[in-house]
Design a binder for this molecule. Structure first.
Ligand code: 3HC
Ligand code: NAI
Length: 657
């Protein structure tokens, strides 16, 4: 079957793009569409054309795997121009996702009808690019300029209802898209062709002050990402210039960005995120059934995990220590789902339905029917072992037992039950219903189908599931510990916490390590350090500043003080002279003569610590590839995506700044 085929019936040509999995606009699709324009123009029996895609989605964009190679003719911008110049009206019939080049092709069409669940967007910024086939030019000629700028600069897709409301779609189909599109095409077949978008004026014309505000607010969120800044500029130019001149400007920017190292980094991470959960040894392994999941503990993590599970359609039973703790845990779940209603993510009815699938109990017997249990109780080996013993007697012998531990030895937990092949680690990140990352921790004796079920769960939850071996902290927390230690050294040696945080933000992190600790709470790390104290190598340098803060009850934002002072519940901290005193005192105690640090040195030291720990993790087989480490650090720890992750950045020899 060719990538594009045409069926003509009753004067309507249906042009179907069929290029699985996502109908990317590779060469065969581009030339197939160009041929279809020529053929339908020539065929006197054709009155109108419907452009539709087979399979799960409309065209999801240019074929990213062709990037970096010479583009074979016809190029996508020309194909869009050819559709726009067709003599018969073209109707794009959109289902699934019309993204990037896919939406640009739809914008070349004279009309657009969208399935009610369709999403439309231009996500090129996430690949370090801007739309390169007229998106920046045609979008503001069909939707208000502010909306076009937002779509291009954020890459965020919009749904069918909004597309209809802002003018991107002409019709919405709530049933049979193909039939509705053919009916629409029949209706407009005899009418004069609308003026090509590229020849039209923009939908509206914000004055300088209004544009300044729109552009300023979008650019302020760029955090060093070139494509976002260039995207906003391109829309500005597209509005200022006539359409044809604007197309040339857009093309030049697209070509420039294709050669930008940021784009190479973003494309690296796009493919890394999709390859990281493909495990050769699990090919053909049949996963276990997964309908009903138990969650032990209704604290921060247990409640978040329960919400994630409910949202993906699973039935959940939560176990807590006593009725009070259970009520608190259940309340957290109900509140989080209410917040999702308020944000328009789910309907109030949907929330009610989800809560019906959510049971709470203080009795482990309620788990007799579950397929999987995820334990999220206190980070304490004794408590975890007690819970696993209770789980062993309460659950079916084939139920999978998972721990959400951050640092503890999953092999030791597995060895505490009679069948260790049932046990694995499922390490979620907080908030668990939001964060995309899931580390799937493989203890030595885990069964293949147990592991495979972990990856199925990851997919059901919409997470990026990264396999990790057993060690203290797995991939992410182990690297975090390594660079946090490096930051502690620098602070004792004379860098201030705010200098470290400022350097990290300038590099592209959303926040620095000290502000992050204040947000997460310093008590967790303190408990871990106390646990490790007896086995710590006395020759290893140890910085006690954080311990001193904790001894004063300074646990971070929640106590109003930590590395910073937070006046009256403020979320942004201020430098605190008392912290400076403690730092100076510790330095003096250890005979350290403090010195100045440049932002460059700070970042070199942090990246160096990340990369050398990452290399050790690779050497020990804890991570399967350097790309897996990049995926973890970007999706769990705020490493700037456009730098491609610490391992990629080191390999590409990128310099910070
Ligand atoms: N080009 C090449 N391959 C692509 C692709 C693309 N644009 N989009 C997805 N794929 C591949 C993936 O690599 C994956 O391959 P694999 O099975 O071998 O791993 C497969 O298609 C399925 O993708 P996902 O696992 O991501 O499937 P999902 O169903 O979860 O998501 C999607 C589907 C929402 C379409 C998602 O794949 C996506 O966001 N794709 C990228 C969209 C995009 O960025 N488009 C813009 C491209 S740039 C452009 O168009 C330039 C133009 O302006 C000139
Ligand atoms: P938390 O203190 O908020 O919640 C723990 C809950 O477990 C409490 O509600 C407690 O009542 C309950 N609990 C304790 N013993 C129990 C038992 N025997 N049976 C039933 N319930 C019991 O802790 P948090 O932050 O949710 O952490 C839980 C686990 O998740 C820990 O292992 C932690 O290391 C891990 N984790 C934490 C992350 C975080 O950001 N907070 C991130 C990833 C993992």
């Amino acid at each position: 079957m060719s990538a594009v085929h045409i069926d003509v019936l009753d004067g309507i040509a249906v042009v179907t793009v069929d290029n699985p999995p996502v109908n990317a606009l590779g060469h065969a699709v581009r030339s197939g569409i160009a041929d279809a324009v020529a053929q339908t123009d020539k065929d006197a029996s054709v009155q109108a054309v419907v452009l539709i895609a087979a399979g799960r989605t409309f065209m999801a964009g240019a074929d990213i795997s062709e990037f970096g190679k010479p583009m074979a003719d016809p190029g996508l911008p020309d194909v869009v121009l050819q559709i726009e110049a067709a003599q018969k009206p073209w109707v794009a019939a959109i289902h699934g996702t019309a993204l990037g080049g896919g939406l640009e092709v739809a914008l070349g069409c004279h009309y657009r009808i969208v399935d009610a669940r369709a999403k439309l967007g231009v996500p090129e910024v996430h690949l370090g690019l801007i739309p390169g086939a007229g998106g920046t030019v045609r979008l503001p000629r069909v939707v208000p300029v502010a909306k076009a700028a937002e779509m291009v600069a954020t890459g965020r897709p919009i749904g069918a209802a909004e597309a209809l409301q802002v003018g991107l779609a002409d019709r919405k189909s709530d049933g049979d898209l193909r039939a509705d599109a053919i009916a629409f095409a029949t209706e407009i077949a005899g009418k004069p062709l609308p003026e090509a978008l590229v020849k039209r004026a923009p939908v509206d014309a914000p004055d300088d002050a209004a544009w300044h505000e729109i552009a300023g607010s979008l650019v302020s969120k760029a955090r060093g990402q070139n494509s976002v800044i260039r995207a906003v500029d391109a829309v500005g130019e597209a509005v200022r210039l006539d359409g044809v001149a604007a197309l040339a400007v857009e093309r030049q920017v697209f070509t420039d960005l294709m050669a930008d190292p940021q784009s190479a980094a973003l494309r690296h991470i796009f493919f890394a995120e999709r390859s990281v959960s493909k495990i050769n040894s699990l090919k053909g392994v049949v996963p276990r059934k997964l309908d009903h999941v138990g969650v032990i503990g209704g604290g921060t993590m247990g409640a978040g995990i329960a919400v994630a599970l409910l949202l993906s359609g699973l039935q959940v039973t939560m176990i807590e220590r006593d009725e009070d703790a259970l009520a608190t845990g259940q309340g957290r779940v109900a509140d989080t789902l209410m917040a999702s209603v308020k944000r328009g993510l789910i309907s109030p009815d949907k929330r009610e339905v989800l809560l019906q699938g959510f049971i709470g109990s203080t009795n482990y017997d309620a788990l007799e029917d579950v397929d999987l249990v995820i334990e999220a109780v206190f980070e304490d080996m004794g408590v975890k072992k007690q819970v696993f013993a209770a789980l062993e007697s309460a659950t079916r012998a084939d139920a999978i037992l998972a721990t959400n531990t951050s640092y503890l030895d999953v092999n030791e937990i597995a060895a505490s039950v009679s069948d260790p092949s049932r046990v694995l680690g499922l390490h979620f990140f907080s908030p668990a219903h939001v964060m995309k990352l899931l580390e799937i921790v493989r203890p030595d004796q885990v069964a293949d189908d147990v592991l495979a079920t972990g990856f199925v769960l990851g997919k059901m939850l919409g997470k990026i599931a990264v396999p990790a071996g057993v060690c203290d902290g797995f991939i992410g927390n182990r690297i975090l510990s390594a660079y946090r230690r490096e930051c502690d050294y620098m602070v004792e040696d004379g860098a201030t916490p705010q200098e470290v945080d400022t350097a990290m933000k300038a590099y592209g992190f959303p926040m620095g390590i000290f502000a992050m600790q204040d947000m997460a709470g310093l008590d967790i790390g303190w408990a871990a350090r106390k646990r490790r104290a007896p086995t710590r190598d006395p020759k290893e340098r140890y910085v006690a500043i954080a311990d001193r803060l904790c001894e004063l009850g300074r646990f971070g934002q929640k106590t109003g003080d930590g590395w910073y002072h937070y006046p009256e519940g403020a979320r942004r901290g201020e430098p605190d002279p008392l912290v400076s005193e403690i730092i100076a005192d510790e330095a003096a105690k250890n005979g350290i003569k403090q010195r100045d640090f440049s932002a460059e040195e700070i970042m070199d030291r942090i990246l160096g610590a990340m990369v050398s720990e990452g290399q050790a993790i690779l050497d020990e087989g804890i991570a399967a590839s350097a790309a897996a480490i990049d995926v973890v650090m970007i999706n769990g720890y705020g490493f700037p995506r456009w730098r491609g992750g610490p391992m990629f950045a080191a390999q590409a020899g990128q310099k910070n700044g």
